[in-house]
Design a binder for this molecule. Structure first.
Ligand SMILES: Nc1nc2c(ncn2[C@@H]2O[C@H](COP(=O)(O)OP(=O)(O)O)[C@@H](O)[C@H]2O)c(=O)[nH]1
Ligand SMILES: [Mg+2]
Ligand SMILES: [Zn+2]
Length: 315
């Protein structure tokens, strides 16, 4: 039978039979292999799988169907390995905040680096707008312009006050959306506001740090309306990229890539020390954001440092 993976704990998978609307608890067939050698998990939420029913509500996954796309992160343990968070997505929604916790633009740029390689349309929702003062609202307008200019949609929402929820609901409708963001940003609260029936657990902010405590431990897919799926994910602390090379980063900052044909070294320009770089020129002229460039440099420096230590270990 063909099924849709709704939840994965690493050893068990909840697989939905979409025709009968039944859930099966599945294990992996012993002989199943990883599709690609750099993956740490053979099956992810959103995968379509072939499975055989063992008894009433249990089954065995035999085959994972090829993925249309996926969002992955570097594996926390194995270097250069990646862990698939979710597959077969129509779009991703990054939930972020300006207050509680404070805005981190670098994090937004890092997240976009996980969806851009697979061309997954990404929305950015800045939540908790009920907490904003005038200055915060101005900050929002700035962030909105920055990302609108490079083609991302930015929404102003409040899960508690219900602001922007109707709009968000219509953007999710009929699609499969991965919801992601730092813990405490309000992912679960927003999903509860959009679909009151979903009943996700939310967390109290731990008073001092303003950071959320972990309530969502595994990515989980919910069918909120027919044909509408949302995937709630555990909060992310930091996003590292030991699976990428500098060139991958350069090519996935979309406004940089767009300008690279005008760089003297074209698509192999890393926009750092090369002469006649169109990206650096655009930053000076103000048509590319210096903040995005800072995020870019910080990611590149991290990758350089990792490569340095790895080379050192080898000799
Ligand atoms: N003021 C305010 N607090 C919110 C809003 N949305 C969520 N919160 C609070 O932020 C905390 C974390 O929410 P939660 O949904 O668990 O975040 P998650 O970790 O991203 O899933 C909880 O204490 C929520 O009550 C909002 O729109 N406004
Ligand atoms: Mg949550
Ligand atoms: Zn360049």
């Amino acid at each position: 039978m063909t099924g849709l993976v709704k939840r994965s704990t690493g050893s068990w998978y909840d697989v939905l039979d979409p025709l009968e609307h039944r859930l099966y608890k599945c294990r992996l067939a012993g002989k199943m292999k990883l599709q690609e050698k750099e993956l740490t998990n053979p099956v992810a939420v959103g995968d379509f799988v072939e499975f055989s029913v063992e008894n009433e509500d249990q089954g065995i996954i035999n085959i994972v169907e090829p993925r249309r796309n996926f969002v992955a992160r570097q594996s926390p343990r194995q270097k250069h390995q990646i862990h698939i968070i979710a597959a077969n997505l129509d779009q991703a929604l990054l939930v972020s905040t300006i207050r509680e916790p404070d805005l981190k633009l670098g994090f937004i740029d890092r997240f976009l680096l996980t969806t851009e390689p697979q061309d997954i349309p990404t929305l950015i929702a800045l939540n908790k707008c009920d907490l904003w003062n005038e200055e915060d609202n101005e900050l929002f307008e700035g962030v909105k312009k920055l990302y609108n200019d490079i083609g991302y949609t930015v929404l102003k929402v409040s899960a508690s006050r219900g602001e922007g929820i109707e709009d968000l609901r219509s953007r999710l409708s009929g699609r499969t959306t991965l919801i992601s963001g730092q813990s405490g940003a309000g992912k679960s609260s927003l999903l509860n506001a959009v679909h009151p029936g979903i009943g996700l657990r939310t967390s109290e902010l731990s008073g001092y740090t303003g950071k959320g405590t972990h309530t969502t431990t595994f990515a989980e897919m919910f069918e909120t309306d027919p044909q509408t799926y949302v995937i709630d994910t555990p909060g992310i602390k930091t996003l590292g990229f030991n699976n990428l090379e500098i060139m991958d980063v350069a090519h996935n900052f979309r406004e940089f890539f767009l300008r690279s044909p005008q760089c003297r070294f074209g698509s192999i320009c890393t926009h750092r020390n090369e002469p006649d770089c169109a990206v650096k020129k655009a930053i000076e002229e103000g048509s590319v954001s210096a903040l995005r460039y800072q995020s870019y440099l910080s990611i590149c420096e991290e990758i350089d440092a990792q490569n340095y230590w790895e080379r050192k270990k080898k000799y």
